[in-house]
Design a binder for this molecule. Sequence first.
Ligand SMILES: *Cc1c(COP(=O)(O)O)cnc(C)c1O
Length: 219
Amino acid sequence: MSIRQNLDAIRKTLPGDVSLVAVSKTKGKQQILEAYEAGQRDFGENKIQEMQEKYEALPKDIRWHMIGHVQRNKVKYMAPYVALIHGVDSQKLLREIDKKARQCKRVIPCLLQVHIAREETKFGFDETELQDLIASEVIRNLSHIRIEGLMGMATFTEDTQVIRTEFRYLKTLFDQLQGQLPDLKVLSMGMSGDYRIAIEEGSTMVRIGSSIFGARTQE
Ligand SMILES: *Cc1c(COP(=O)(O)O)cnc(C)c1O
């Protein structure tokens, strides 16, 4: 199957209000262009330098999503153009994004990453940290970020009930926060292996790599 065929097949299964981020990490410019020519405009990368090189080489109407863990000292590189940062997992990082966005005279849309998986290695706020952040003045004082939603990754497991429970929990948090954060609209959850479950549980944005571009040989 070609990239175009994969994209078409996935798009057919997505409800109209669910957007698709094509995760192009480790993939070459030619493959991204193939998806671009099939109409795809949102692409996800997890390394800033790799995203930067692709941003410079590829059409400027591509919306670049940073889906990986973000080091604070690298925010400056993506601040001029990044469309959405999915993996915001600390107040310090939020402050840094705000600062660099201000220097670029723009407002950067961000998602707060929530730790929903059983694996310790996955990043994100837990529920208490999230509540603390939202109750604090921090968010209201940062005028160059906009918190547009939440992002989460489920446990890597065959047990679909575990995955479903984790996504359902994230959706519950999302609904609870809706009253407190005025711009909340994006619930980024679901990858190649679990996006169908994520959609059933209320995802509004799926991040799909291998089902579009084929398996990766490296992370
Ligand atoms: C790599 C990655 C994806 C896509 O994974 P696939 O299984 O290839 O669809 C989604 N989200 C994040 C955060 C990733 O790092």
